[in-house]
Design a protein around this ligand. Structure first.
Ligand SMILES: [Zn+2]
Ligand SMILES: [Zn+2]
Length: 63
């Protein structure tokens, strides 16, 4: 079985991450898998003094 991010095989006894989506990755490849596959949509904005979130106009993450 190979890492779904870099495609290289796993070595016995090494730490392997299994994602909720079912894929296996090396520990060092985990963040890349999250960024490439699971980055949630987000909105940039600011917090007012009254703790109200104010989104910046039409700046949205893609994902
Ligand atoms: Zn890998
Ligand atoms: Zn995943």
């Amino acid at each position: 079985m190979n890492c779904s991010v870099c495609g290289n095989p796993f070595h016995g006894g090494r730490v392997v991450f299994r994602c909720n989506c079912g894929v296996l990755t090396h520990a060092q490849c985990w963040e890349k898998h999250i960024i490439e596959s699971h980055t949630p949509p987000f909105t940039l904005g600011t917090i007012t003094r009254d703790d109200v979130f104010r989104p910046k106009e039409s700046v949205q993450g893609v994902g």
